[in-house]
Ligand binder design. Structure first.
Ligand code: GTP
Ligand code: MG
Length: 316
């Protein structure tokens, strides 16, 4: 896929008055305009709705968000860049690696390797394409306080990269509650193009939502808010060609005797959203098992990887 540069609004031929107002609202790229809501924008700009609808649809067509043929879609999907996990087994399971324009959910019990894999990907996205990266930077949204720069340092060193350089290319944010988490995603509309971000990590996506909306009685409210959050993330993935990783801790259910005891309590986050769900399970020692759940285009199989000093690797 040809790399798409973030486009400036000037090329749409919008009048300078409106351009200035858009800039005041923080809408400075074609991508941001394409994602805007016409009603809201019309009010905020004090510009008639039809005019606003016109410039938004111009922005969308510049970005190819109008009609395309199914064949074009197929070609695009097949050529999406991928980020290596540093495990050949895991890459093969994922059809080459973590895909851009997609939300990948890593779910599994505590210690199953979700956070370790996030650290590895924050490093690997920076690799050049011939080594399995995108030559881009990462955003790390940490809701649990489990990010460790020391881990990034050793993973970078193990790949022969300059650790300080790698750490400088990871934009870290310790998100303190679900509203903060959603506000940070809003800010990414500016940060992604400005800093050449290729990967966004939300570790974990569910923690704050579960704590703030506990119990069955709050389930609907929680799910609604979480859906809005996922929708935010999906539109970032689509508009800016970034990869998105979200993690979700699920508890093993000792009461399940048959079948899989690691049932996602509270449900998979991506249950109703398009994306790839990867279940991680603990195995012997430093080995972990990954399995793709409900992805029609990927084989229903498992991959074994290891968490080593150097990071995620194939087992010895
Ligand atoms: P929760 O966030 O609690 O749900 O777990 P998680 O799925 O995020 O697990 P995480 O990725 O934190 O995996 C933890 C495991 O990774 C530990 O049990 C260790 O086996 C391994 N690990 C973590 N840090 C290191 C390290 O610095 N070196 C090595 N060799 N292994 C590590
Ligand atoms: Mg974790």
């Amino acid at each position: 896929m040809a790399e798409r540069k973030v486009r400036s609004l000037e090329e749409l031929g919008i009048s300078s008055t409106i351009l200035k107002k858009l800039q005041e609202l923080g809408i400075t790229t074609v991508e941001a305009l394409a994602a805007a809501n016409a009603q809201e924008l019309s009010q905020n700009l004090a510009v008639p709705l039809p005019t606003v609808q016109k410039i938004i649809s111009q922005a969308r067509s510049v970005l190819g968000l109008g009609f395309r043929t199914a064949l074009e879609i197929k070609k695009e999907r097949l050529n999406l860049p991928k980020i290596t996990t540093s495990s050949k087994n895991l890459d093969a399971l994922l059809g080459g690696g973590i895909e851009v324009k997609t939300i990948t959910e890593l779910f599994g019990e505590f210690g199953s390797g979700k956070t370790q894999l996030c650290h590895q990907l924050a490093v690997n996205v920076q690799l050049p394409p011939e080594k399995g990266g995108l030559s881009k930077k990462a955003v790390y949204m940490d809701s649990e306080g489990t990010f460790r720069w020391e881990r990034i340092e050793s993973m970078a060193r193990a790949l022969g990269l300059d650790p300080d350089q790698v750490m400088e290319n990871i934009y870290y944010n310790r998100v303190v509650n679900s509203d903060h988490q959603m506000a940070v995603v809003e800010e990414l509309k500016d940060l992604i193009p400005k800093e050449n971000i290729g990967l966004i990590i939300v570790d974990s996506i569910t923690g704050h939502f579960r704590a703030e909306y506990p119990g069955r009685e709050n389930l609907t409210l929680r799910q609604q808010k979480l859906n809005r959050h996922l929708h935010q993330l999906m539109s970032l993935a689509e508009l800016y060609d970034v990869a998105i990783i979200v993690t979700n801790q699920v508890m093993a259910r000792p009461d399940v005797f048959y079948g899989d005891p690691t049932v996602a309590i509270g449900g998979h986050v991506l249950y109703h959203a398009p994306g790839i769900r990867v279940q991680l399970k603990k195995s012997r020692g430093n080995r972990r098992i990954a399995r793709i759940v409900d992805a029609p285009h990927l084989p229903e199989s498992e991959a074994v990887f290891a968490i080593t000093e150097a990071g995620i690797r194939d087992p010895e």
